[in-house]
Design a protein around this ligand. Structure first.
Ligand code: ADP
Ligand code: MG
Ligand code: ZN
Length: 602
């Protein structure tokens, strides 16, 4: 999500240029059109004074025409017919042959006065423009294409993202410890001599690890803002969207620019796009290798006399080429976590500053309910709430607006108009009831907050749970129970309808991911033991045995199979509750926390 946002910013800027060019072309076109129309056809009055071309020819052949007046290039002519007071206007399809016709008549002895007015300057100008239009459009298009690909002026692309930012550390909520590390970098950018005198080797590169939306870009900008130095940014994916060979030259230009602007910050977003492990393959990957090599060359190239700090962000640290992490390159790594309770509260405070919140709103309780949410999601919730409040014609943002916004951000927009067949409705009801009933009997799973079978976003229905406390560690039992809860939907479909649907695909995807992590990352498989298999090259994994891949697969399957069986067993044991909840959902589409607990006699 956040990736798109960053990209949009850059795109918007080059978009502006493109639109400017389009607008200029449009203005030229329209003006030329209007001028041509007005000047060449100014005699074209649509009244009784117009004469059809066939009538004009008739009058000419009868010898009734006294005078013909026309402007060169115009197809509108004025004619004076004998014995008629007023002059008439006619449109001739082809002026040249018309003039020839008149001249022949004159030669035959007809007394026709032929007046050919020269074109006015404006009309000439207009016609020149009109004749040049195709060329102008072609040239403009070429310019646009070249600009968009950054081939135009040297380094043009980077100018768009280079500027001093106004963002300060105060705009970054939470992340207190991380900020502490950043202050050091700001200090270095401000007073490099101080460090040099001490003989300190200053950091060149800092890698920010963290999920999308945790504030990596924000923090990078804040560093530049605090140090009051230019911020030059570029996204890794932009480097590889280029024609072959261009990625490397872009990197070179980026650093050329940075040297000129030093001291400055170079920010490379999504560095995994160029910095993933180098391979020996050809095609796109070797293109990628060239780009990465160039980046390494540049980072090794600038010395202590240039105060450039390269910040890079990624959410896939395991993908990165180890060469990037060597001393003198990105030798500092900072993990940006998803915010804890205090962090969430601070983020909510920052982003509610400009919003009209009702007094009933308690930011603390929103913070409590949003464990696991990123800063971007929290900012988004407040923004959505403001939109929803506006649509609902509330004077201020109310609790109900916030609740709706949370659902919109997490599950998507409610789609009441989407029509369900009765069969689909029953299936969705049982699927969601399956999740809810199963998790009810799993001690580690949080309580159900709401179940709904009103479609929202891409989901047919959803079961919302109360937010978890902030946890640093998750136990194996908890992960296993999470798998059971996830597979509860599919289990209910199988049990009740004796058929299964595609509706469980997301649950299955998430469950498989968790099971894989349990085996390959958290060492939770007794068969494989506490070994990290993730992000390893095949040869590194084979170190543990030729068939290690098979063993990993088998262990993942055991976890999933066990969880699925547990889900089925739980549902068989509590079939009455499953039916009750599903039937209630079919009737009223939603069940809230209170109702749900009542059904279990609480
Ligand atoms: P990332 O680069 O890690 O994907 P961004 O820095 O682009 O995340 O964050 C997106 C938006 O989310 C920011 O512009 C800001 O509005 C909000 N945000 C994220 N983290 C924070 C934070 N710690 N404090 C305040 N706002 C935040
Ligand atoms: Mg970002
Ligand atoms: Zn489900």
């Amino acid at each position: 999500m956040d990736k798109d946002k960053d990209k949009n910013k850059n795109e918007k800027k080059s978009d502006k240029k493109v639109w400017l060019i389009i607008a200029i072309i449009a203005i030229i076109l329209i003006t030329a059109g209007i001028i041509t129309f007005l000047l060449l056809n100014k005699n074209d009055e649509k009244d009784e004074n117009t004469l059809a071309y066939t009538d004009l020819i008739k009058e000419i052949s009868y010898g009734n025409i006294e005078k013909v007046e026309m402007t060169v290039g115009s197809t509108t002519v004025k004619v004076k017919i004998k014995n008629e007071e007023e002059e008439k206007t006619a449109i001739v399809p082809d002026t040249e042959s018309f003039v020839t016709l008149i001249q022949e008549k004159v030669a035959d002895g007809n007394e026709i006065e032929l007046i050919q007015n020269p074109r006015s300057f404006l009309a000439q100008f207009a016609s020149v423009i009109v004749s040049l239009l195709p060329t102008i459009i072609m040239v403009a298009l070429f310019v646009m294409i070249f600009k968009m690909q950054g081939l135009g002026e040297k380094g043009k692309v980077y100018d768009e993202t280079e500027r001093k930012t106004q963002i300060k550390f105060d705009d970054v909520a939470g992340l207190d410890e991380e900020k502490q590390e950043m202050i050091e970098i700001v200090d270095f950018l401000k007073r490099p001599e101080k460090f040099a005198k001490m003989g300190a080797r200053v950091p060149k590169g800092v890698l920010l690890y963290g999920k999308p939306g945790t504030g990596k870009t924000l923090i990078a900008k804040a560093i530049a803002g605090e140090a009051n130095v230019p911020f030059i940014s570029m996204s890794g994916s932009e480097f590889i969207e280029m024609f072959a060979g261009l990625g490397a030259s872009r990197v070179r230009k980026l650093f050329e620019k940075a040297r000129k602007l030093a001291p400055c910050i170079v920010f490379i977003d999504e560095i995994d796009a160029i910095g993933s492990r180098r391979t020996t393959n050809s095609g796109a990957e070797s293109e990628n290798n060239q780009t990465l090599n160039q980046l390494l060359v540049e980072m090794d190239g600038f010395g202590s006399e240039e105060t450039i700090i390269v910040l890079a962000a990624t959410n896939r640290p395991e993908m990165l080429d180890k060469a990037l992490l060597r001393p003198g390159r990105f030798d500092r790594q900072i993990t940006i976590p998803t915010p804890d309770l205090k962090g969430r509260l601070e983020i909510l405070k920052i982003h509610s500053k400009e919003k009209k919140l009702s007094d009933e709103i308690n930011l603390e309780s929103i913070a409590e309910d949003t464990a696991g949410f990123t800063g971007a999601e929290l900012a988004n919730i407040l923004n959505e709430a403001a939109i929803i409040a506006t649509i609902n014609k509330h004077d201020e943002i109310e609790n109900s607006d916030i609740e709706e916004a949370v659902k919109k951000v997490t599950v998507g927009l409610e789609k009441r108009t989407r029509k369900y067949s009765d069969k689909d409705k029953r299936l969705t009801a049982y699927h969601e009831a399956g999740h809810a009933v199963v998790s009810r009997y799993l001690p580690t799973q949080t309580d159900v907050k709401e179940i709904s079978i009103i479609p929202r976003g891409v989901a047919g229905g959803y079961t919302m749970y109360k937010s978890d406390d902030d946890k640093y560690y998750i136990s194996k039992t908890e992960m296993k129970e999470k798998l059971i809860a996830l597979l509860g939907g599919r289990a209910a479909e199988k049990l009740v309808l004796d058929d299964i649907s595609t509706g469980a695909s997301n649950d299955i995807e998430v469950a498989t991911g968790i099971a894989r992590d349990m085996v390959t990352k958290y060492g939770m498989s007794d068969v494989l033991g506490p070994i990290d298999f993730q992000g390893k090259e095949p040869y590194e994994i084979q170190m543990f045995g030729e068939d290690i891949g098979d063993k990993i697969g088998a262990e993942v399957k055991v976890l999933i199979d066990e969880a699925y069986k547990s889900a089925i067993d739980l549902l068989i044991a509590h079939r009455d509750k499953l039916d009750l909840i599903a039937e209630t959902l079919i009737k009223q589409e939603k069940i809230n926390e209170v109702q749900f607990n009542e059904m279990f006699g609480k």
